[in-house]
Write a protein that binds this ligand. Structure first.
Ligand code: OSB
Ligand code: MG
Length: 368
């Protein structure tokens, strides 16, 4: 892979509606769009999914840019690679900073797939031609949640996830179940509970949830294993799983029955695939998580979710779930509850250059 330049673009776009969790609101999304070009003039794209502030993980847009410009790009300049699967070992000399690593690693995968005239899903070993779509409702009132769920079901989504916390759980979910008794429903707590809330969490077994996502601390493994023994609802881990080793421990110690794989959180597609392969072997279902992302990351998620172990609808939604206009063309579009896996080379979506220019805040090009 003879890289000639890497372009970093910082963009910013308002969400159509505020995205509310107990940790705060996301109203405006900043992100990093990376373009890596090779000596044949082929370009691959990646997206940095860290937020402006470190509310979900410790990374931010600024820490990602620091890692990229001062460490990750120089490592690539000094150590040419011939396959994207070599990037994660190269980057392992740098501790954590998984979203920064994934931003560049995913661009390398797109570039590799494109230069081999292959859809990225095939390069990764994907088998599905369409992905079942799920959507997240992140609001602070049952009335708004009911209206949004109604709308999303009309749009064809196959599964709904709602955000919960100790101030918005039992009665909130009762209200949803009253109107949607059979809806495939799950709840994401983003670490809003402690083990001392055991009775509160146990009570949620009443709602036939597909799973409860990350109820306890963001960095916990141990306490989730106690909790899983006490509740019927399967636990799904999100924040706690930042690597293959984390997934191994979580499954081995019975901390969860499902894993949410996010490419950014685990440092790239190679690590995401390793986690997938292990879970598939162990019979642990996985699904692809979302990061309120722009189209480039959405496209990478679609390629990843075409792997056979992604047996549960993930947080893979249409571009228009969050954006008035996305930065890719065509946009991601849910049809009959499914997102089609592209068959053209690489991620299979083109950058919408006009839209990128409109939302561009800052740009730097590093020439190799
Ligand atoms: O906890 O899954 C999460 C979005 C940003 C940060 C964390 C999470 C989320 C979501 C997914 O819930 C939203 C989406 O992109 O569909
Ligand atoms: Mg989550």
């Amino acid at each position: 892979m003879k890289i000639t330049s890497i372009e970093l673009n910082v963009i910013e776009m308002p969400l159509k509606d505020p995205f509310l969790t107990h940790l705060g609101a996301v109203n405006i999304r900043e992100g990093i769009i990376i373009k890596i070009t090779n000596s044949d003039g082929v370009s691959g794209y990646g997206e940095g999914v860290a937020f402006s502030t470190p509310w979900y993980t410790e990374e931010t847009v600024k820490t990602s840019l620091h890692m990229l410009t001062d460490f990750l790009i120089p490592i690539l300049q000094k150590n040419p690679i011939d396959h994207p699967s070599q990037a994660s070992r190269l980057f392992s000399s740098l501790r954590r900073n998984n979203m920064a690593k994934a931003a560049i690693e995913t661009a390398l995968w797109d570039l590799y797939a494109k230069s081999h005239s292959q859809p990225l899903s095939k390069t990764l070993g994907g088998t599905r031609s369409a992905i079942p779509a799920g959507v997240v409702v992140a609001t602070d009132s049952a009335t708004k949640a009911l209206a949004q769920i109604d709308q999303y079901l009309q749009e064809g989504y196959q599964r709904v996830k709602v955000k919960i916390n100790p101030k918005q759980d039992y009665s909130f979910l009762s209200e949803i179940r009253r109107f949607f008794p059979d809806l495939p429903l799950m709840a994401d707590a983003n670490s809003a509970y402690k083990l001392t809330d055991l009775e509160r969490i146990k009570a949620l077994d009443d709602f036939n949830l597909l799973m409860i996502e990350q109820p306890l601390a963001y960095d916990d493994i141990l306490e989730h294993s106690f909790l899983q023994k006490e509740i019927k609802t399967p636990i799904c881990l999100d924040e706690s799983i930042c690597s293959y080793d984390d997934a191994l421990k979580a499954i081995e110690f019975g901390c969860c029955k499902v894993i949410n794989i996010k490419v950014g959180r685990v440092g790239g597609l190679y690590e995401a695939k390793r986690i997938h392969d292990y879970c598939f072997e162990q019979g642990v279902p996985v699904w692809c998580g979302g990061m309120i992302e722009f189209g480039i990351s959405r496209a990478h998620n679609i390629a990843l979710a075409s792997l056979p172990g992604f047996s549960i609808p993930g947080d893979i939604s249409s571009s228009n779930r969050f954006w008035e206009e996305d930065i890719i063309t065509p946009e991601v579009n849910v049809q009959n509850g499914l997102v089609a896996v592209p068959t053209s080379p690489g991620i299979g979506f083109k950058l919408n250059k006009k839209r990128l220019q409109e939302v561009l805040q800052w740009k730097e090009t590093i020439v190799f």
